[in-house]
Every structure is written in C-alpha cells, then in structure tokens.
Design a protein around this ligand. Sequence first.
Ligand SMILES: [Zn+2]
Length: 151
Amino acid sequence: MSAYLELTMEEWETMFRPITNHLDENASFQNEDDEGIMFETFGEEIEFVKSHPVSNIWTYHHGDENSTYIVNGYGFINRLGYFVTELPCPPDTDIFIQVEENNYLCENCEEQHYGAAADLHYEQFSDLGKCVACATMEELKEIEKEYNANV
Ligand SMILES: [Zn+2]
C-alpha cells in the first residue's frame, strides 16, 4: 500500500522546493522573482530533468475537462512539462497537486466556467456547444427531454 496525499501548489512548493529553470528565462510557473520552474518535454530541458533521481522529478499533466495537475515521478501520458525539486518525494507515496480545476470556456460568451459549473456542463450540456446561460429556453427544454430519456 502506498500513501496518497493531495497538496495545494503552495504546500507543495514549501515542502519540496522546486528548482528554477536556468535553461529558459521564459519558463512557465514564474515565482515572485520572475523565474519559471517548469521544464519542457524536449531538448536540453528534458535531458536536464532526466539527470535527476526520479524521486525528485514531478510531471505536469493535462487532465479531463481542461484540468491540469502535478504528480510525483516521471510520466508520459498527457504530459505538459516537468518539475525538479530539491527534496525528494518520500518512497511509497503518491502526491497529487491540482493546478487548474475543471473548467469550460464558452465559445459564445467567452466566459470561463469553473468547478461545479464546468462539471455540470460536461455532464449534461456538452452537446450544446455553449454554456447554460447562453442557451435558449427551447434548447434547454430539448436537452432536458433527452437527458430524462437516458436516465
Ligand atoms: Zn456562454
């Protein structure tokens, strides 16, 4: 059995101290000093990441519904980037850091919907192509009919 831990970005940074990316002055995830901590998945940046023990490597992933998250270790699937920390992840421990929560960008009103509103969209209104607030009464009634027919 391995332990499972969910941390916020701040908790993770305090506990494990990600190092700054000295290879790219425009690296993502900039700190107060405008130094980025994310490493790219190619070229000399990935070579630098791989030169560290896997316990000091963390992978930034793209998740479902536009969410993003960081987990310990060197991963490939849906990867967006990597981090290297001064302190290693403890053995037999899985750590999860949510970066972006689920979200949905409505193409109609260009508003970004987060959390429960985004989940509701993906569960019931994804065929609509716009957010619930943008839908007409007729469209909503149509969706409700279909939804009830499928429950
Ligand atoms: Zn909308």
